[in-house]
Design a protein around this ligand. Structure first.
Ligand code: ZN
Length: 212
C-alpha cells in the first residue's frame, strides 16, 4: 500500500500500536560493529569524522536518494562506501523498511552540503542525516514499510538526543543550493509523517511540533 493521505487515520493507529510494543530509549553507545539503532545493518562509510568539540546534536535532516529503480538500502550504502562518492548519511531506509547505518550517530556525516538552519550554517555539524531510497520523480511512492521504519527511527533519534519534533527538516529546507537539492521529493507525505511522529513522541519532544 502506498503511504499517502488516504487511510491516514487507520495507518496512524497501526503505527502507534506497533511503536507501543517496542522499547527504545537505550542511550548507551553501541559497541563497535553494532548499530546505534536496533536492527540496522552496519556498513560504515569512510566519509565521516568527529563533530566540532562541544557540538549538541539537535537536528534531523531527511533526504531521498534520487535513485530511480533502486529498492534496497544496501545498494545506496555501497555508494556511500565508495571512495569516489565522498558523501554519506547516518542511515539509509530501503523501500522494504530495512535500515543500514553508515555513520555513528555521535559522528559527523557528509549529507547536507552548504546549508543553513535557523541562522546556523554547516548543518552537518549538528545534525543526523536519514536517506530514504526513492527516485525523487515526484510519483515514486514512499511505501508503508519505509514510512513505518522512518517514524520508528526518527522517534529513536529524537528521544536519544532530546531533539524536538520541529527540528526534523528536509534537505530542501536547509540547503543553500535549492535549485540542486529538492529532496525529499514533493510527494513525501509530510503531514501524515509529522502526525505519526508527533503521536509517538513523549509530550516534551512533541510540544515543539507544528499541528500538521
Ligand atoms: Zn539530500
Amino acid at each position: 500500500m502506498a503511504w499517502s493521505g488516504a487511510g491516514r487515520g487507520a495507518w496512524l493507529t497501526v503505527t502507534v500500536g506497533i511503536l507501543s510494543l517496542q522499547a527504545w530509549g537505550g542511550a548507551a553507545r553501541a559497541q563497535d560493529g553494532e548499530a546505534d539503532f536496533p536492527g540496522a545493518a552496519v556498513r560504515f562509510s569512510p566519509h565521516a569524522d568527529a563533530r566540532p568539540a562541544g557540538t549538541v546534536i539537535d537536528t534531523i535532516v531527511l533526504h531521498d536518494t534520487e535513485t530511480p529503480g533502486v529498492r534496497k538500502a544496501e545498494v545506496v550504502a555501497r555508494w556511500f562506501l565508495n571512495p569516489a562518492s565522498g558523501v554519506s548519511a547516518h542511515y539509509i531506509i530501503g523501500k522494504d523498511g530495512e535500515v543500514v547505518q553508515c555513520v555513528r550517530e555521535a559522528d559527523r556525516a557528509f549529507h547536507a552540503g552548504p546549508s543553513l538552519f535557523r541562522g546556523r550554517s554547516r548543518v552537518n555539524d549538528f545534525s543526523i542525516g536519514v536517506e530514504l531510497v526513492n527516485g525523487q520523480t515526484g510519483s515514486d511512492p514512499f511505501p508503508a514499510a519505509q514510512m513505518t521504519t522512518l517514524v520508528t527511527l526518527v522517534r529513536h533519534l529524537c528521544v536519544r538526543w532530546s531533539i524536538p519534533a520541529d527540528r526534523v527538516v528536509g534537505h530542501h529546507d536547509i540547503t543553500l543550493r535549492p535549485h540542486l537539492k529538492r529532496d525529499p521529493a514533493p510527494n513525501f507525505p509530510w503531514p501524515a509523517f509529522t502526525a505519526a511522529l508527533w503521536a509517538s513522541l513523549p509530550s516534551a519532544l512533541a510540544a515543539g511540533a507544528q499541528e500538521p
